[in-house]
Design a protein around this ligand. Structure first.
Ligand code: DC
Length: 334
């Protein structure tokens, strides 16, 4: 007999969500353990007390797990436990080394489930880290914190004020900055002085200015404080330049995502073009090289790979391949 454990989460307590999550969980358990339905003797499911609207066992039956014994129960409320969580134990008739499956942020079972999943992604501009971070956050059903957007908002504030980019002139502006990071349908919204600036901060002149202001200690101190506060409150994927080395040095999952300057410049050039910014390729490449140099050579928290990070060179990878590579590395650890 072999027992395979697994867990997943749902966004809300609805039959559709539960059906989708249970089906995905059971199919993944089947695939990862090379099972056919006739190997399975029993499926036992339990859900946290905040799930009422649908019995996960019914979803399992609908997903084709109807030839084995099914059992479903609701758990008592446990302080600090991951909300909207469904756990499963699949019993099989044969003996083998099981692969456990934890999806959508349900990293571990029982008391360990309260440990947040924190993924730190660092790397230069255009490396594909923000695309990967968004996809990872979606996969694990956790928050995505784009710290570059915060430095970009500081840059926009400085541009709007026309302030000289020096520690003593920028300090009073940043100390009183009215910056809020909010989430709408899982998308990060950057609010500066009460206005949604999520689009504005992507302008090329803001990119350049962000690299300049982010080198100032007063800006880093304020932003790092805000980032740690956000990241300490929940499971998240955080991307930036100094996340694994400085902001969250204790993060369990750290990746350094990079690619050649030419590949990165081509990506940024195409992105800009799609947004209607008509900057020539040569200019984009020169800007990326200049930003790399500034980000890597600045005195405070320069861009560098943390010693315990995994290198992901995306030069010859599609976005999907890079994401899958990172997911596999995370799953190996949890
Ligand atoms: O990732 P991005 O292009 O949005 O970042 C904009 C700038 O902000 C980048 O040139 C360097 C800076 N940055 C930083 O110094 N530290 C971070 N954690 C994130 C971004």
């Amino acid at each position: 007999m072999t027992a395979i454990r697994g867990a997943t989460t749902v966004n809300c307590d609805t039959p559709e969500e539960i059906k989708g999550a249970v089906k995905e969980l059971l199919q993944t358990i089947k695939e990862k353990n090379n099972l056919s339905l006739c190997d399975i003797v029993c499926v036992m499911l339990s859900n946290t007390a905040d799930i009422h609207s649908y019995y996960p066992a019914k979803a399992a039956r609908e997903a084709g797990f109807d030839g084995c014994a099914l059992y479903s129960s609701s758990e008592p409320l446990i302080d600090g436990a991951l909300p909207l969580c469904i756990r499963v134990m699949v019993l099989c008739d044969s003996h083998f080394k099981p692969s456990y499956v934890y999806l959508r942020g349900a990293a571990k079972l029982r008391k360990d489930i309260t440990e947040p999943l924190v993924v730190a992604l660092d790397g230069p501009a255009g490396s594909g880290k923000s695309t990967a971070a968004k996809a990872l956050a979606k996969h694990f059903n956790i928050l995505y914190l784009d710290t570059g957007a915060m430095y970009r908002a500081c840059a926009l504030k400085c541009l709007n004020c026309g302030v000289k980019i020096e520690e003593n002139t920028v300090k009073p502006v940043i100390e009183n900055i009215n910056l809020k990071i909010e989430y709408e349908d899982g998308r990060q919204v950057t609010i500066l002085d009460g206005k949604d600036v999520s689009e504005d901060i992507r302008r090329p002149e803001v990119s350049d200015m962000a690299s300049r202001v982010s080198a100032l200690p007063c800006v880093r101190q304020k932003m790092v404080e805000m980032q740690r506060k956000i990241a300490s409150s929940m499971s998240c994927v955080v991307d930036g330049r100094d996340i694994g080395t400085n902001v969250l040095p204790d993060a369990e999952h750290k990746f350094y995502v990079t690619a050649s300057v030419q590949v990165r410049a081509t990506r940024r050039y195409l992105e800009n073009k799609a947004k209607g910014f008509d900057t020539p390729y040569e200019t984009v490449e020169a800007e990326i090289a200049a930003r790399d140099k500034r980000d890597m050579e600045r005195e405070v928290a320069p861009l560098k790979m943390a010693e315990d990070a995994t290198l992901v060179d995306t030069s010859d990878m599609t976005a999907e391949q890079a994401v899958q590579y990172i997911i596999d590395k995370i799953q190996e650890k949890i």
